[in-house]
Design a protein around this ligand. Structure first.
Ligand code: SAM
Length: 281
C-alpha cells in the first residue's frame, strides 16, 4: 500500500482507506509499510505530540515476544492470540514453534488487512489459524468453531491480550477479561499489556498527549489507565514476577525480562505501557 490517493480497485475488500486502522498505525510504528495516508497522518500527530511514542510500540512488542518465549518453555503448547496485529518479523507462532513445532496458535483480529495477511502467511502451517472476530465480544471468540477445533479447553493454554484492552472505551474492560479468564482451564496463563498512566506529573502529561490524539482523533480509542484500573482487569489471576528483582505484578513492558536484565536506558514514553503474565490457579 502506498500513501496518497488510492483507487477503489487497489483497496482490499472491507478496507476503508479514509479511516485509520489501529493495526496499520501500530504496525507502522514497528516499521511496517502497510499504511494509507490517513494512517501516516495519525502517526505524525502522535510523534509530534510525543517524539518518543514509538518506544511504546517497541516496548509492547518486545514484551509479547519475551513472554511467549518464556511460556512455551513451561511446556504449554496452545496459544489464543487476541488482537494479533499485522505480521511482523517475529509473530507468536514463529516464536513458540521454534521451541515446540507442535505448538498450536489461533490468531483473532477484526482488521481486514490483518486477516488477509495472516491467512496468506499461514496457508501452509496447519497448526496456526486466523479467525476474524470481535475480541471485545468474548463469547464470539470462545465459541468460534475454528477456536474450538484447534484449541483444547480441557488443557492449559495461553491467552494473549497484548495491546488490545486499552482500545475498549468505557468501564467494561474488566467484564470482558473476566469472561475470558473464566473460560480458561486451570493452569492457563494470560499475557496482558495496556497503555499506562504512571500518575506522576511528567509521565501523566505524556500519557494524556497521546491519549488525546487517539481518543479525540479518527481512531476514537486508546486509553491510558492507572495501575489500579489495569489490575482490575486481571482478577482471578496470580501475576508472576516480571524479573528477578521485582515483586510479582505488572511491570513497564521493557522491564519484563525473565532472562534479563534490560541493557538500554528507558525513555519516559516507554514507561507509559505496562505488561504482566498471570496464571489461573
Ligand atoms: N497484539 C499485537 C501486539 O501487541 O503486537 C497487536 C496489538 S495492536 C495495538 C491491536 C490489535 O487489536 C490490532 O491488530 C487491531 O486490529 C486489533 N483489534 C482492535 N480492536 C479489535 C476488536 N474489537 N476485535 C478484534 N481485533 C481488534
Amino acid at each position: 500500500m502506498t500513501a496518497g490517493p488510492t483507487s477503489p480497485s487497489q483497496v482490499p475488500v472491507g478496507v476503508d482507506p479514509n479511516r485509520p486502522s489501529i493495526a496499520r498505525v501500530y504496525g507502522g510504528f514497528l516499521g511496517g509499510k502497510d499504511l494509507y495516508e490517513v494512517d501516516r497522518q495519525v502517526m505524525t500527530k502522535i510523534s509530534d505530540a510525543v517524539p518518543e511514542a514509538v518506544d511504546i510500540a517497541r516496548g509492547n512488542r518486545g514484551f509479547l515476544n519475551r513472554a511467549c518465549r518464556f511460556l512455551v518453555q513451561t511446556r504449554i503448547d496452545q496459544f489464543l492470540d487476541c488482537g494479533s496485529g499485522l505480521p511482523t518479523a517475529e509473530n507468536t507462532h514463529q516464536i513458540v514453534q521454534r521451541f515446540n513445532d507442535e505448538a498450536r496458535v489461533v490468531y483473532v483480529d477484526n482488521d481486514p488487512v490483518v486477516l488477509a495477511h495472516g491467512r496468506a502467511l499461514l496457508e501452509d502451517n496447519f497448526r496456526v489459524r486466523m479467525v476474524g472476530a470481535d475480541i471485545f465480544q468474548p463469547a464470539t471468540v470462545l465459541e468460534n468453531d475454528v477456536v474450538r477445533a484447534n484449541l483444547d479447553f480441557t488443557r492449559p493454554m495461553v491467552l494473549l491480550q497484548v495491546g488490545t484492552m486499552h482500545h475498549v472505551e468505557g468501564d467494561h474492560a474488566p467484564e470482558i477479561m473476566r469472561e475470558y479468564v473464566d473460560a480458561l482451564p486451570s493452569g492457563s496463563y494470560v499475557v496482558f499489556s495496556h497503555f499506562f498512566d504512571p500518575q506522576t506529573p511528567e509521565l501523566s502529561a505524556i500519557a494524556r498527549k497521546i491519549e488525546n490524539v487517539l481518543v479525540n482523533g479518527p481512531m476514537g480509542a486508546g486509553r491510558f489507565r492507572t495501575r489500579d484500573e489495569i489490575m482490575g482487569m486481571l482478577d482471578g489471576l496470580e501475576l508472576i514476577k516480571p524479573n528477578a528483582q521485582a515483586d510479582p505484578g505488572l511491570a513497564v513492558c521493557d522491564e519484563w525480562w525473565q532472562d534479563g536484565p534490560r541493557l538500554t536506558p528507558l525513555s519516559d514514553a516507554a514507561r507509559c505501557i505496562v505488561g504482566g503474565v498471570g496464571r489461573k490457579p
